[in-house]
Each structure stands twice: as C-alpha cells, then as structure tokens.
Design a protein. Sequence first.
Length: 276
Amino acid sequence: MNQVTKKKENLPSTEKISLREYAGQGTENIEAKDQKLPIMRILQSTNPQVQQGNSAYDEDARIGDIYVAATRKNYGKKITVVPCQYINTFNEWKGSRDGVSRPTVHMNKSILDKASKRDGDNSEWLPNGNYVEDTGNHFCYILDSKTYEPLECVLIPMASSQKGKSRSWNSIIANKTKTDKLGTFIPPTFSSVYTLSTVPEKNDKGSWMGWVIEFDKWLDEGKDDHILTATKQYYESLKGADPLGSVQYEEDIDVPTEQPKQGKQKTQIQTDDTPF
C-alpha cells in the first residue's frame, strides 16, 4: 500500500491543457517531402475506376468525376480549392506504363530538345522509347464547398490539352489583385479560392473531360484566419523542399485493361486528364 502511495506521489501534477494553444506542435519538422501527397484528376473513359472487371473499378465512379485514386475518394464534378504553390515539370514516362511507378521528373525543358513527334501523335518521344509530358503541377488545399473548411492537400497535374488551362489559371493567379486602404496589391495565392469543375471537350482526335476554372473569393483576414493558417502552413511546407518527392505516383498509376501500344494508341496510357 505504501509503495502504491509513493508511486502516486512521484507522478506529475495534473494540469488543464488547451489543445488549441498547442496546435501543430510536434509537426514543426514535418515538411511536404515527409508526407504522402495524393494526386487528384478527372476520370476519363480509359481510367480503370470506370471499367467494370478492372480490379480498381469503383461502382460509384463516373466519367468526369474528380477523383483521388490513392484514397478512392470521389469529389463529384465540382470542387473548391486554394492554390498554394505551382511547379512546372517535364515528366518522362516509359512508352508503356505497365508496371511503372514513377516518372523521371525533369525541371529543365532542355529534355525536349532530344524529343520528336511521331506521325499522328502529338507526344514528345525520346530516342529511348519514353515520352515526355510538359506538366503544370498545382499544389492545392481542398476546401468543403459549402463551409470552406480545409479538407486535404492534393496535387492537380495538368498536361497535354489541359496544359493550356494550367497557363490560363496561372495568368489569373498572377494578375488577381485586391485593394485595401493602402492601395492595390497581389495577395498570396494561399488566400485565394477557386472553383474547379469538369466539362466535356473534343477535337478531331476524340473527346474527353476537361477542367473549368473560376475564381470564387478571397479568404478574409480575421473571419477566415483558421483557414488561412492551414493554407499558409501548406505553402510554407512546400518552400525549399522537394514536394514532388512526396507525390503518390504509385497509387495513381492506371493499369489499362489491355496492353497499350506506342504511337497513336498511347491514348490508353492515362497520364493526365486527357490523352490528347
């Protein structure tokens, strides 16, 4: 009995702790490279999630849905996002994605000097049989479309026909201004909210689902401080790190129902929102 009493006396005194006061403590050294970042993209007819009989088939998934394959999370056809960072890369993929987990990521476009196009195919093919995609990587914080509460961080890659959408979005971001009592200025991207939805698109080579990007609103200082804190922290975690090193390319790989061929039939190798 005395031993039990003695042990209790050695315990630290109980204190009332406010979790909010210590919010985020213990994660100071966790950067973007130390976490797994899922890829979000639009489901196309070539994606296994919409193909019955494929092991990745999702009975609730539909063509045009905005989907995270790593978590099988379906956001439907409209999302609300905060763009926190942007990086342009030149991703080198093997001619057949079968069994390939990650692309070789080139930061310099000089890799395209070694590439050439093939008849009937707009892809940039290298002498080694691989092809290169000029890719806009948008690191975004997904918000609840109704409450604007922060949900999760994702990477939204835009390449091929959607690269033009990426450039247009960047133009909006870089030129979107706000005015206060001191005058007009360009606020940080992590304070801007956009709506992304999907729409059918087509050209002479086929049809697919593409992005529609619209500005929604600015996050307000004071009113939206808890959201701004989350988006700012995500932005800061991406600075000076290797954010692409944390991207879950492995979980995003789409395995075609049939072995794809090079050339015109590359459309079955899904590396972006559209194969064209």
